[in-house]
Design a protein around this ligand. Structure first.
Ligand code: GLP
Length: 238
């Protein structure tokens, strides 16, 4: 395993270091395919990338983005959908062409067909150049939850009670409104990314340690990252 670990003093520094890596990726290849994540952790990085874009330092005009996951049966205009999150926190504020931004369609009536389409889409884009990841408190990446085996392809998952409890805080109606299912990119799509950038706040220290230095096990899905050749982890100490 070749993990580059960067320890930062705070979230602002973590966000700046993360943004600098994404910016460098775009400088190397303007038509990069960026794999993107949601959650609270990358918000500062997106804000920093917006500033750099507004300042004319970087452009997303040729970039394509593909997101890890989306809740099932929540429409794009629902403020809790990941499409809404990406548009409002990032895509609406940069020079990317919206048609070059992809998320799973959580409203699709045939979820299995949507999963297959999404896996094919990643391949059709030529794979992911740089995948941004967060990590769940239970070691999930995307919405690949702890399970008896690693799930390799885009799949429709039943969210665990622990994830539902953690994420319910973002829903006005709390747990009652929190979806039970989500579509997530599988571990194959994530692991085939040429580079991976994992961001983790101080509250993730324990699970990150387990994922990077504990046994590789589907009980801690992020532990599969130990097999990735080019993994950069940025962890914030506060
Ligand atoms: C969410 C997302 C993940 C994210 C993780 C951590 O539920 N599905 O992609 O990385 O959980 O979220 P946060 O950054 O808010 O802790």
């Amino acid at each position: 395993m070749r993990v580059k670990q960067i320890v930062t003093a705070n979230v602002q520094e973590m966000s700046q270091r993360g943004a600098a890596i994404v910016a460098a990726q775009l400088t190397l290849k303007s038509h990069s395919v960026l794999g993107l994540a949601t959650g609270s952790t990358p918000l500062g990085m997106y804000a920093e990338l917006v500033s750099r874009n507004k300042a004319g330092e970087i452009s997303f005009a040729d970039a394509r983005t593909i997101n890890l996951d989306e809740y099932c049966d929540i429409s794009a205009d629902n403020k809790n959908s990941y499409r809404y999150y990406m548009n409002s926190n990032f895509f609406d504020k940069i020079d990317i062409r919206k048609e070059n931004t992809y998320l799973p369609d959580g409203m699709a009536s045939d979820k299995q067909a949507e999963c297959a389409r999404y896996s094919e889409l990643v391949d059709a884009l030529g794979g992911i150049d740089l995948q941004v990841l967060g990590i769940g408190m239970n070691g999930h990446i995307g919405f690949n939850e702890p399970a008896a085996h690693f799930v390799m392809d885009t799949n429709c998952v039943t969210l665990t009670e622990s994830t539902r409890n953690v994420n319910a805080q973002y829903f006005d109606g709390g747990l009652d409104e929190m979806p039970r299912y989500a579509i997530t990119m599988g571990l194959r799509q994530i692991m085939q990314a040429k580079r991976i950038l994992l961001l983790a706040g101080a509250n993730k220290k324990g699970i990150l340690e387990e994922a990077l230095n504990g046994p590789v096990t589907p009980q801690v899905p992020a532990s599969i990252l130990q097999l990735h050749k080019r993994l950069t982890v940025i962890i914030s100490e506060s």
